[in-house]
Write a protein that binds this ligand. Structure first.
Ligand code: SAH
Length: 354
């Protein structure tokens, strides 16, 4: 019989299991601490658990950690990891060091189904959701890399790797719960940002669920005619519907969202484009991150001129909205936004690239 995943059990599941097995109540807390806070890879490594219970657990359960298939180091310090999941599929995670922060950029799905025209991840074919422990392990190993290479612990997490986190809602929220709980990494939810393509129903659900982390929306255009051309999801969730969900988010959470926005020549660099964003930002309390475009070999997309970025920043500044131009990190190793596509798979590993 195939062994079950020990880390798919909640604390309540463990308590129920151990009470059924006639074990003392405190065992559940001990095992929970070993699998999340201490992050053991083998049940037999749980030192304060009696041999008989270890064996009983091992007869039905296993811990299946991610493995690091490859780590590439950028000249700017960024580290891109090819992470091998227990079933052999690969996702990527990125460690981004700055003076004050160590940020983990993590994946929530293998591949992505959204087909944004400018994103390399859209070219991957295989798709499945990551399990909570598969997300947790990416964070944990970047925390360890931070200590090892920079002598500093993890400070921030962004769900900006492969996949759409809100299409893997339950697992992403469970992973965040494990990351933030004291018996996990104990990281404050305020230091976590979930980035979404903008799924209105799911944004409302986040607000209803009272989440405490930050929300970022990949906007790229505030005009339906433009956005639908580059992000197919806009047909199902046009700007007006997205806006309504963001109003709801703000009413419920009182927290400003962040818009992510890339400006391309001839796509969204006209005065109308700036005006449309200004109108949207007047209605929704927000900040804007103007992200540098990372080329993925498609001629249609060219980074706009710096003057256009300045015009965006000035127009937003006039209505009191902060806009920052974000330089990319890790470009030399294809670790920047939209570049995660398993380009450099280690030999012998299953490629998910088409
Ligand atoms: N699916 C989520 C998470 C991906 S985050 C989302 O859409 O938000 C990755 C971020 O990088 C998104 O803001 C995405 O729009 C942006 N991006 C994608 N391709 C890019 C590229 N080639 N250059 C710069 N940013 C890109």
């Amino acid at each position: 019989m195939a062994l079950k995943n020990l880390r798919s059990l909640s604390k309540a599941d463990l308590e129920a299991l151990f009470s059924e097995w006639g074990e003392p109540g405190f065992r559940a807390a001990q095992v929970y601490d070993w699998i999340w806070a201490k992050g053991v890879h083998h049940i037999s490594d749980m030192r304060n658990i009696p041999r008989s219970l270890v064996e009983r657990l091992e007869s039905s359960y296993a811990i299946r950690p991610n493995a690091l298939a490859k780590a590439q180091h950028s000249e700017d310090g960024t580290i891109k990891n090819a992470v091998k999941l227990p079933d052999g599929l690969i996702v990527e995670s990125v460690l981004i060091p700055t003076e004050k922060r160590i940020t983990a950029c993590v994946s929530s799905q293998v591949g992505c189904s959204l087909n944004c025209a400018f994103c390399a991840t859209a070219r991957l074919k295989r798709m499945r959701n990551l399990e909570p422990d598969e997300i947790y392990d990416q964070v944990r190993s970047i925390h360890q890399q931070g200590l090892e290479h920079f002598g500093r612990p993890l400070t921030n997490i962004v769900f900006m790797g492969m996949g759409e986190p809100l299409m893997n809602y339950a697992n992403v929220l469970t992973a965040i719960e494990k990351i933030t709980q004291p018996e996990g990494l104990g990281l404050s939810p305020r230091r976590i940002t979930l980035s979404t393509v903008g799924l209105p129903k799911m944004i409302k659900r986040l607000a209803d669920d009272g989440v405490k982390f930050n929300l970022a929306v990949s906007l790229h255009s505030a005009r339906d005619v433009v956005r639908s051309q580059i992000m197919p999801i806009n047909d199902a969730a046009p700007i007006a519907v997205l806006q309504e969900s963001l109003d709801y988010w703000y009413r419920m959470t009182k927290r400003r969202i962040t818009f992510e926005y890339v400006v391309w020549k001839g796509v969204n660099d006209a005065v109308e484009d700036i005006d449309a964003l200004v109108q949207l930002c007047k209605r929704i309390p927000c900040k804007v991150n103007l992200i540098e475009y990372n080329a993925i070999g498609d001629e249609r997309f060219q980074q706009a001129d710096p003057e256009v970025l300045e015009a965006y920043v000035r127009a937003l500044d006039r209505i009191g909205v902060t806009a920052k131009v974000r330089r990319s990190r890790g470009k030399d190793i294809d670790a920047a936004c939209g570049q995660l596509a398993n380009k450099t798979l280690p030999e012998g590993l299953e490629a998910v690239v088409e």
